[in-house]
Design a binder for this molecule. Structure first.
Ligand code: BG6
Length: 497
């Protein structure tokens, strides 16, 4: 998390494997540029893109500037002051001999700056390349420095529990756990971090944040986009692995966690692992009762014609990959026993929105007439993660007039009106944290595995049975009917409002 004071990290060299790739262009360099503008980057800083493509430092900087112009929250500014800190190293991550270039680069900087820098290796590469690069890196003597050298690994972290365990075992054999930073970019989002502040910096919510007052909780992460050219990756993943195993379960952990005794990284992560471990294991014969999968067909999203998932590039015309998933979970502990948590996510939905809804139990309304309570709604706390960033508390109020009528109204906290609308992007927060050595918002090995354990029964059940009804939802809709039934059979309904 961003430090309370604007204290700059120690001198840093950041190597980005996959330097010429999309993630660097769209997210990492824009994030670094904004950190630079806000004076969060170290005084002595150098970022090195590593890739096989042929760039000079100059042409690489020009390419990254395009990314800044297209994707940075601030497009204008002192690019010319930032750019000299960027270099490019052409090398093949599979070529062990080439890694000496990394040591040479670090040594040059060490001499130039007169101090030992932190060295970060950011692996923004396809998952199959991670083991090879990590193995080669670990052979560099400099990687033995547990305090100053870190490795940042992007998702997907494993394809299932077994592969995640294998990757953890491999990385754990090469680096110390405190050197490994597993990214889940949802944890870097301002509004996600604010869940802990909302819950634990106020005395108002915590007393009612439990099974006695909360009826159910919903987490929706909907996207209007389809595949965006990522067919190759997504085909082997699907909504459950791509969004629920990581982002949505992490958000659930923030909502459900017990109060940590400090915000020290391991304490916060211990509490989150407790939540994951408390999630009731889904029995194989129960999967169809608590999980729904969907795939969009051809149609329209916001008046734009789009092809069905199976017609997208890189997708099998008979694909069984889900582009929508909804699950109902229970957290079996003292606080949450029998409170359902409904999670859903999908591509080609009607709107881009990530929202948490905490629905409280209804108040007894026997004193009011049926007429007075016709629009009655139970209290609800709605936390909008994105794109709207606000928190709304819905409660009942008397409608002005001579009759007693009760309507729901809202108290709203909006980032846009409360602040200047310049919240840092998730990657700014995460990169800065990795530079300062704060692992709170990163996934620990056991956390990743615990999350895989939650979804494993669903993966196994879905893997063993080909869906016969795909495609089963129209793009621009909220997913298949079965997802609506999943919550309605419990007497509730999905909401993002
Ligand atoms: C990524 C998924 O992790 O998160 C993508 O791989 C998804 O499929 C993206 O589109 C959503 O992130 P955000 O920040 O736009 O909600």
């Amino acid at each position: 998390m961003i430090p309370a004071t604007n204290q700059r990290p120690h001198a840093t060299v950041l190597f980005i494997f996959g330097g010429s790739g999309d993630l660097n262009l769209r997210k990492l360099t824009p994030a670094l540029y904004n950190l630079f503008i806000d004076k969060y980057l170290p005084e002595s800083f150098s970022v090195v893109g590593i890739g096989r493509s042929n760039y000079t430092d100059e042409s690489f900087r020009e390419r990254l500037l395009e990314g800044v112009k297209d994707f940075s929250r601030r497009k204008d500014g002192p690019w010319d002051e930032f750019a000299p800190q960027i270099s490019y190293l052409q090398m093949d991550g599979g070529d062990e001999a080439a890694y000496s270039k990394i040591t040479d680069f670090v040594n040059t900087k060490k001499e130039e700056w007169g101090e030992d820098p932190n060295v970060l290796f950011y692996l923004a590469v396809a998952p199959q390349l991670v083991p090879g690069i990590a193995t080669n890196l670990a052979k560099l003597p400099l990687c033995g420095d547990k305090t100053h050298v870190r490795i940042v690994v992007e998702k997907p972290f494993g394809h299932d529990l077994k592969t995640a365990q294998e990757l953890n075992a491999l990385l754990g054999g090469l680096f110390a756990e405190e050197q490994i930073y597993r990214i889940d970019h949802y944890l870097g989002k301002e509004t996600v971090q604010n869940i802990l502040a909302l819950r634990f910096a106020n005395s108002l919510f915590e007393p009612i944040w439990n099974r006695r007052y909360v009826e159910h909780i919903q987490i929706t992460a909907a996207e209007t986009v389809g595949l965006e050219g990522r067919g190759g990756y997504y085909e082997g993943s699907g909504a459950l692995r791509d969004m629920i195993q990581n982002h949505l379960l992490q958000v659930l952990c923030m909502v459900a966690t017990e109060p940590p005794i400090s915000f020290e990284a391991n304490e916060v992560r211990n509490k989150k692992v407790d939540v994951l471990n408390a999630i009731r294991r889904i029995q194989p014969d129960q999967v169809n009762n608590v999980a729904v999968r969907g795939q969009y067909g051809p149609g329209k999203v916001k008046d734009k014609e789009i092809p069905g998932y199976r017609e997208e590039e890189g997708v099998d015309p008979n694909s069984a990959t889900e582009t929508f998933a909804a699950v109902k979970l229970f957290v079996d502990n003292w606080r949450w026993e029998n409170v359902p948590f409904y999670l859903r996510t999908g591509k080609s939905m009607p709107e881009k929105t990530t929202v948490i809804t905490v629905q409280f139990k209804p108040a007894p309304n026997y004193a009011f007439s049926a007429e007075a309570t016709s629009t009655w709604q139970a209290n609800r706390l709605i936390i909008s993660i994105q794109p709207a960033m606000d928190i709304r508390l819905r409660f009942q109020a008397k409608r002005p007039g001579q009759t007693l009528a009760i309507d729901p109204v809202e108290m709203v906290f909006s980032y846009k009106t409360a602040y200047d609308g310049q919240e840092p992007e998730a990657y700014e927060t995460l990169l800065l944290d990795a530079m300062t050595g704060d692992a709170t918002l990163f996934m620990r090995a056991d956390q990743v595995e615990a999350a895989w354990k939650v979804v494993t029964p669903i993966i196994e059940a879905w893997g063993s049975e080909t869906p016969t009804d795909f495609p089963n939802y129209e793009p621009g809709s909220w997913g298949p009917q079965a997802a609506i039934d999943l919550i309605e059979k419990d007497g509730f309904e999905w909401t993002t409002k």
